[in-house]
Design a protein around this ligand. Structure first.
Ligand code: SF4
Ligand code: SF4
Length: 217
């Protein structure tokens, strides 16, 4: 059964438990950072950071607020990264969960142009291999939640069968809209990681790109 996530940003408090859990479960080392210049830490995704709570200061209804966005691979329904893979099978969709998996053969140099509209896969500079979120497929296939979802203390992340998540997302949106009138779901029909934003995507620093995807500018 196809799986999906709901990331409800109205419930995120940027505790970063998801970031830590991802590192722990996947055995990923900490980033070496010389100077911490922002509460968004580390500053970006990398071959050893597969998820990150992005933070953006925005003015809404005359008030300054910090918006949070837990970035990760969206596990696209028709993955542009897979379509751009030169080596057959180096990127595939898992039949059971529909997770998009980049294998050991997914190397930056094998792409004429890595087409990820969300700018997710990152190259390991030593090996040339591309890395990103795996949907914790090793856990999910053993009836466990993805590590980041399991770790979230506020319920900002949910993971379930896609139809359940879509239903949950629509119901939650109706509730959130009563408080945040500009709340919306992002690219819900095209991805398996469905974000509920509490403000216009623009305030998060996002635009609609020519492919019709909502991406960071
Ligand atoms: S699903 Fe697993 S690999 Fe993906 S961001 Fe969450 S913890 Fe990391
Ligand atoms: S977000 Fe990028 S890396 Fe992930 S499935 Fe979509 S195109 Fe591929």
């Amino acid at each position: 059964m196809a799986k999906a996530y709901l990331v409800d940003t109205s419930r995120c408090m940027a505790c970063k438990a998801c970031q830590v859990a991802c590192k722990q479960w996947n055995g990923l080392p900490a980033e070496k950072i010389d100077k911490v210049e922002s509460p968004q830490n580390p500053p970006d995704l990398s071959a050893i950071t597969w998820t990150l709570v992005r933070m953006k200061e925005a003015v809404s209804s005359g008030k300054v607020r910090l918006l949070f966005f837990k970035d990760q691979c969206r596990h696209c329904i028709d993955p542009p990264c897979q379509m751009s893979a030169v080596i057959p099978g180096s990127i595939y969709r898992d039949e059971e969960t529909e997770a998009v998996i980049h294998t050991k053969r997914t190397r930056y140099e094998d792409f004429e142009d890595i087409m990820c509209p969300y700018d997710i896969p990152r190259e390991d500079p030593k090996t040339g291999r591309l890395f990103k979120c795996t949907m914790c497929i090793d856990r999910v296939k053993n009836d466990m939640l993805p590590a980041c979802v399991q770790a979230c203390p506020t319920g900002a992340m949910q993971f379930d069968d896609r139809e359940e998540i879509l239903k949950m997302a629509r119901e939650r949106l109706d509730k959130v809209k009563a408080i945040h009138k500009n709340a919306s779901l992002v690219d819900a029909d095209e991805v398996s990681v469905i974000y509920l934003l509490i403000e216009d995507a623009e305030l998060y620093g996002m635009i609609r790109n020519p492919m019709g995807k909502t991406v960071f500018a």
